[in-house]
Design a protein around this ligand. Structure first.
Ligand code: NDP
Length: 252
């Protein structure tokens, strides 16, 4: 395994689900970790290596404060992961509430913009290299009935990431929009609770649960660390998908 002991990672949306799992695994692998969500994340392990902050990704100033606090505490940020995201509103667009749709874009798109801009400015100020991982989805690359907000937002994250890659190619930043596979989180529970009228593909997700067809957060975390820090992976496309964790996936 690559030596990660001097690396610093910042993860948004880390109070539960994938973000919490990433933070836990990164700490186990020896990184220093800053984590935020609207509710302050709980990070187990060596407190000297962990920083948990309550911050909303839609608040640009809060993202800058988080960056500043992390830099004061750990000296630098090597890896920034924009993971915070919403699924709602679910259901046919003609039934969607306009304010809920706008809030979705504010979190899933403007939130990624806020985090990306903050990290890019951090890199420009300190010089040297850094990796930005924006958590995307298969929904960025395929349309699904009932998920118009989610598909639109994640497609925007893919294109935003590709634009950043062009802008920052010669300034030390590598960026990827990563579809992480399927992980059994609160978001998955929300999907399984949908009626077929809201989300016609719901049975696939009920089958995934019945067959434990998910990737673990540990598996996803290790793939993301390889992507960020293994020099052999530095030539990958900007928008990419992680494989499902085959040992656990009966439906992959
Ligand atoms: P969860 O709903 O389980 O967790 C979402 C996290 O984001 C929580 O920690 C939540 O904390 C935080 N969050 C939500 N809104 C904000 C906000 N405005 N500011 C800061 N933090 C916020 O989702 P998952 O863990 O399943 O998803 C994580 C990411 O992975 C998302 O981007 C999702 O789209 C993506 N993804 C997930 C897949 C899956 O199978 N689970 C598949 C493909 C992509 P709090 O409420 O305290 O703010």
């Amino acid at each position: 395994m690559i030596d990660l002991t001097n690396k610093v990672a910042l993860i948004t949306g880390a109070s539960r689900g994938l973000g919490a799992g990433l933070a836990k695994r990164f700490l186990q692998r020896g990184l220093r970790v800053a984590a935020c969500a609207r509710s302050q994340p709980e990070l187990a392990g060596d407190a000297s290596k962990a920083l948990a902050v309550a911050a909303d990704v839609t608040d640009a100033e809060a993202m800058q404060r988080l960056c500043d606090t992390t830099t004061e505490r750990f000296g630098r940020i090597d890896l920034w992961i924009n993971n915070a995201g919403l699924l709602a509103p679910i259901g046919p667009l003609h039934d969607n509430d306009a304010a809920a749709f706008a809030r979705h874009i504010e979190v899933n798109v403007v939130g990624v913009f806020n985090g990306s801009r903050t990290f890019i400015r951090h890199l420009h100020a300190r010089g040297g290299e850094g990796v930005l991982l924006n958590i995307s989805s298969g929904a960025a690359r395929n349309a699904y009935a009932g998920w118009s907000a989610y598909c639109a937002g994640k497609a925007a994250v893919d294109r935003m990431s590709e634009s950043i890659a062009l802008e920052e190619a010669n300034r030390g930043l590598r960026v990827h929009a990563v579809a992480p596979g399927i992980i059994d989180t609160d978001m998955q529970a929300m999907i399984r609770d949908c009626s077929p009228e809201q989300f016609p593909r719901v049975q696939k997700f009920l089958d995934l649960k019945a067959n434990d067809g998910f990737s673990s957060t540990t598996f996803v975390a290790d793939r993301l660390l390889d992507l960020a820090f293994d020099p052999n992976q530095s030539q990958q496309a900007v928008a990419l998908s992680l494989p499902l964790e085959e040992a656990r996936s009966a439906l992959a």
